[in-house]
Design a protein around this ligand. Structure first.
Ligand code: ATP
Length: 357
């Protein structure tokens, strides 16, 4: 049966990197002999400005029923300064499909890209499980006396036992399935005493179900320092929505920058998933052919893994690694190829007989 992908290129460079990613995915499908089909949807700023559509419930239900997963490019446009459409499309999909795991691999593909002295691909290779539906991003809060000198703004962090337990458990299950041996939970329970207490207690309790896995705790400020000092100590990190947002951006830098950071939003029980490169719509370079497609290509590799095409996923990663080694990249990584040029290079690499690689 064909894998069916719903593609939402979105705004700015999303319209360049998503077609590039799909082209590479099609080359992988030809090489590994699986069927693939995709359909593109025009949700994004243009559509929002034209008719007010963001991503209605009925449309999302259609995507989730008729496709195996969603590939999103980027949403964000200077013409929509309030980002209403982006909030609905990205945060709305995560919450309405209950994609509670934000999975972010922090994997250095080539030594030349790491800003840390003396660190190579063996040192920077872990995954972050970021809680994706609760915490500070749940949207709870309000204003008092808005716009007056006495204004009060309240932003509340929502943490449910169920929400915390399922993300912590997902991290342990991943560590077990991939034989990774350790999980580090990061919070700030010395200062954030209520949510921190729930996270810490839940982590300790869940850890008892995984006696073969080392369960470690680090305050998030210590985690950021340790990720820079000695990233090789991490295999799986699990944390809340806000801290996860920050530590994964730090992770993106130690793996070679925003042009290489991939992500998945997944519900492991329903298997529903949305995949997206971490970078934004980059309006400053949109339409110039300078957008680096590698984050999207690595995101496509995660999607292939999710679809059960593990061999193809590893081969796509190997193609990205070869492109970097040979300087077949866009200018942000020091090369001189265009977005499409990089995609073509990767397709040719995937299509060459193994003996020539
Ligand atoms: P958002 O506000 O949605 O996060 P953004 O594009 O302003 O969007 P980033 O994605 O953090 O924010 O990008 C910051 C800058 O990094 C961009 O303006 C662009 O110059 C550069 N950049 C981001 N992604 C890429 C890419 N894939 N290839 C090349 N340069 C990129």
């Amino acid at each position: 049966m064909a894998h069916r992908i719903a593609a939402i290129p979105g705004d700015g460079i999303g319209n360049e990197v998503v077609p590039a990613g799909l082209t590479v995915m099609a080359a992988a499908a030809r090489r590994f002999g699986f069927d693939l089909s995709w359909e593109s949807f025009d949700y994004g700023a243009d559509r929002y400005l034209r008719d007010g559509t963001t991503l209605p419930d009925a449309d999302l239900a259609h995507l989730s029923e008729h496709f195996d997963c969603i590939l999103l490019g980027a949403v964000g446009d200077p013409r929509v300064p309030g980002m209403e459409h982006a909030r609905d499309i990205v945060l709305g999909t995560r919450t309405r499909l209950d994609l509670y795991v934000n999975l972010r691999p922090i994997k250095l593909i080539h030594e030349s890209l790491c800003p840390l002295k003396g660190k190579g691909p063996r040192d920077v290779d872990f995954v972050v499980f970021r809680e994706n539906t609760e915490g500070m991003y749940a949207g709870a809060g309000g204003f008092l006396a808005k716009g007056t000198p006495g204004e009060v703004a309240i932003q509340e962090s929502i943490n449910t036992r169920r929400g915390v337990e399922r993300i912590v458990r997902a991290a342990f299950l991943w560590a077990r399935a991939h034989d990774l041996g350790r999980v580090c939970m990061s919070d700030k329970h010395n200062a954030l005493r209520y949510e921190g207490d729930l996270w810490y207690r839940t982590f300790r309790e869940v850890a008892r179900d995984f006696p073969e896995i080392e369960a470690r705790h680090l305050y998030v400020d210590v985690l950021t320092m340790e990720m820079v000092r000695a990233p090789e100590q991490f295999r799986v990190v699990v944390t809340n929505n806000l801290f996860g947002d920050i530590v994964t951006d730090l992770g993106a830098q130690i793996q070679g920058g925003i042009g290489l950071a991939a992500s998945a939003n997944v519900n492991p029980e329903t298997r529903r998933a949305m995949f997206e490169p971490v970078h934004g719509s980059a309006p400053d370079i949109a339409g110039t052919g300078r957008a680096n497609p590698l984050a999207t290509v690595l995101t496509v590799a995660m999607m292939l893994e999710h679809l059960g095409e593990g061999r193809a996923a590893r081969e796509v990663e190997a193609a990205v690694s070869a492109a970097i080694a040979e300087g077949a990249t866009t200018p942000d990584l020091g090369g001189s190829l265009t977005t499409d040029g990089v995609a073509r290079w990767l397709c040719q690499w995937l299509e060459r007989p193994e003996t020539l690689r």
